[in-house]
Design a protein around this ligand. Structure first.
Ligand code: MSP
Length: 654
């Protein structure tokens, strides 16, 4: 029998900066859904990738002094880049598309031409507003306070010859799709789209640019590059082989079962994308789900706001599964959530260390103590066990319903209902009391087996979100592979022959909140420092100085006779210098941060001696000592210029 197919996608990411935990949110959710569907026996295609064209990337590459392709290669494939992050986060994608891939480029040219040939793309003049960071065109009426309605930043005027897509032609069909079907979820996003974009009148969309070159050229008019969103959205079909020969599974997987996307790009996915597909005469995706944002300090996490949370730091400190669990358990998928480190640690301590971790530790420890880890056949069942089974079956059914509706948080809540009940079951049945009485051994056995069974079913439910933890639990209980699959997620009161338990370290050690918060701060500061350039030198002065003016500066070798700190100043050192004239020269220099006075006595330095005298802290300074300055990892460094001691005091430097 053919397996049911399930095609799910994440947005493809802009590799303009390193990704943060907000980016990981959608990909982790997509991964959990893909794993869940695989568990259900579906033939899953999980696509992710990177969206590599556009003016922003061209600008960033220029800034970095590399080509756009070198720039994106580094962020996508380089250390701690996009692919590394997905590996770290245990993302089980089936395919990764880069919009700079050859096959995609060619397919986009064909797609553009097809829409041109069928009359849906035409040439005109674009006049309007453009938001560079969002790569979005806006009409005057769409701006909010004159700024980009998505990100609130400044927009620029733009006017150029351009191709347009007849979006207006599809307005009615798109409106029907949004209002009369369940294409877009959550439903609240439908009103937003209809009221903000469709009702004011859908205008034709500018789909080519001539003011920059980092994009896919329109093959029949090469001065134009294809608008990044046309390029990006099409990835969902080109990655399956649409209009190219790289892949051959378009027929099999398209239409997508769901596109998971962040709320600010719902507009592109629920209006422009279906209209493009209508123009191409291709089927529409079954669903677009617009999830909320992870905020930090009340604002969307983003590099430009400087409030990004580094997933590497969190994963290293708390483990990837804990992080995945936290994101999906804490924030309802359709709404925004406020990320805080305190909440993360609290969730790990409560749900993972206390509830799940303890349940597994207590159960395996007792199974070891009372049965040597080997639970034999038999045992005496009671009503309490049947109640536990009823609850487990209910939780599993609810979990399934919630997962099918992409409600990860509710689904996990169901798994935790079972876990909490199992913890309570331990207290109610008190195995340690039963163990004191040999006659109650059959009951003790049944209690231990019920606990193992409750944990086994819970582990199946959490596996899509915490794959490594589920695996570790199966191993501790000795669950064979056929007890780990979805069909086995039914609580079974007769589980003879399954349980060979082992004990081990706690799955989730309890975290000391204050200590962890301090460590996080330190790790963040270290990461920020590591991101700074190793070495920075002052920019060169453009302005020229004529030779005669330069020659007026009188540089001399001077010998340090004495050097003292200046009272009440943490910056100044007072030098008494032999400058070869026979009269001591006093110079004050702000270098106390870098030198101890005594280490300079006897050194031969360089000073400019014909500067006008200057008073500092009530002392007169006659000249200035010359130093070399540069910056290392953001820290200013200074080295006094010291010359060969064989050079006599007063020698002129020229
Ligand atoms: N390149 C486009 C998508 C093209 S899809 C055909 C893009 N890229 S992005 O890198 O800026 O964003 C990728 C996804 O990350 C978006 O869905 C966006 O909503 C999501 N997130 C970025 N920051 C986020 C949070 N702080 N919280 C949750 N999701 C966020 O848009």
């Amino acid at each position: 029998m053919n397996k049911e197919k399930f095609y799910i996608t994440t947005p493809i990411y802009y590799p303009s900066d390193k990704l943060h935990i907000g980016h990981a949110y959608c990909t982790v959710a997509t991964d959990a859904m893909a794993r869940y569907k695989r568990l259900r026996g579906c033939d899953v295609m999980f696509l992710t990738g990177t969206d590599e064209h556009g003016m922003k990337i061209e600008d960033k590459a220029k800034e970095a002094g590399v080509t756009p392709k070198q720039f994106v290669d580094n962020i996508v494939e380089g250390p701690r880049g996009v692919k590394d992050l997905w590996k770290l986060m245990n993302i089980s994608y089936d395919r990764f598309i880069r919009t700079t891939d050859d096959y995609h480029v060619k397919a986009i040219q064909r797609i553009f031409r097809k829409m041109y040939d069928n009359g849906d793309i035409y040439k005109g003049t674009y006049k309007g507003k453009y938001c560079k960071p969002c790569e979005s065109f806006w009409t005057e009426s769409q701006l909010v306070d004159g700024k980009c309605p998505d990100c609130g930043r400044e927009v620029i005027d733009a006017e150029e010859e351009a191709y347009f897509f007849r979006l207006s032609k599809y307005a009615d069909r798109v409106r029907h799709l949004l209002e009369d079907t369940d294409f877009l979820e959550p439903r609240s996003r439908v009103n937003e789209m209809v009221n903000n974009f469709i009702k004011p009148g859908l205008e034709d969309l500018c789909v080519s640019r001539t003011s920059f070159t980092w994009g896919i050229p329109v093959d029949f008019d090469p001065g134009h590059v294809v608008y990044v969103w046309v390029d990006a959205l099409s990835n969902y079909i080109t990655a399956l082989g649409f209009m190219n020969d790289q892949y051959h599974d378009y027929e099999k997987y398209w239409p997508a079962d769901v596109h998971f996307v962040g709320k600010e790009i719902v507009r592109f996915h629920s209006i422009i994308w279906p209209a493009m597909l209508m123009s191409l005469g291709e089927p529409l995706p079954k669903k677009v789900y617009g999830h909320g944002w992870l905020n930090f300090g009340g604002e969307k996490m983003s590099k430009s706001r400087g409030n990004v949370v580094d997933p590497y730091i969190l994963a290293e400190m708390f483990g990837v599964d804990a992080l995945r669990f936290f994101m999906l358990r804490t924030f309802p998928f359709g709404s925004d959530g406020n990320f805080t480190n305190e909440l993360l640690i609290q969730t790990i301590n409560t749900d993972l260390a206390n509830d799940l971790g303890n349940l597994v530790s207590r159960t395996t420890a007792m199974a070891e103590k009372y049965f040597g880890g080997d639970l034999p056949a038999g045992g005496e069942l009671t009503e309490a066990d049947r109640e536990l089974k009823v609850l487990a079956d209910e939780a599993t059914a609810n979990y399934e319903r919630q997962m099918e509706a992409f409600q990860f948080s509710n689904a996990l809540a169901e798994a935790w209902r079972l876990i909490s009940r199992a913890n309570k079951y331990i207290d109610e049945n008190a195995p340690w009391v039963l163990a004191r009485d040999e006659a109650r051994r059959p009951r003790l056995l049944a209690v231990m087996k019920n606990l193992c069974e409750a944990i086994r079913v819970s582990a199946i439910l959490i596996a899509p979100v915490m794959p490594d933890t589920a695996e570790a639990i199966f191993q501790r209980l000795g669950v064979p592979t056929d007890g780990r699959v979805w069909d086995a997620a039914r609580y079974d009161l007769e589980t003879d022959g399954w349980w060979k338990t082992v004990t081990g370290d706690p799955l989730f050690p309890r975290i000391d909140v204050d200590k962890a918060l301090a460590q996080l701060e330190q790790a963040k500061a270290e990461a920020a420092k590591a991101a700074l350039p190793d070495l920075e030198i002052e920019p060169y002065t453009e302005e020229k100085v004529d030779f005669d003016t330069f020659c007026k500066s009188d540089f001399r070798a001077v010998k340090v006779k004495d050097c003292q700190s200046v009272k009440k100043s943490d910056k100044l050192l007072r030098f008494t210098l032999d400058d070869g004239t026979g009269v001591d020269r006093q110079i004050l220099s702000g270098i106390a941060k870098w030198y101890k006075p005594e280490e300079l006595v006897g050194k031969t330095l360089v000073a400019i001696v014909n500067l006008p005298p200057r008073k500092m802290m009530g002392l007169e300074s006659n000249g200035m000592l010359i130093s070399a300055v540069h910056t290392e990892k953001g820290e200013e460094k200074l080295n006094l210029l010291m010359v060969d001691d064989a050079i006599p005091a007063g020698a002129k430097l020229c």
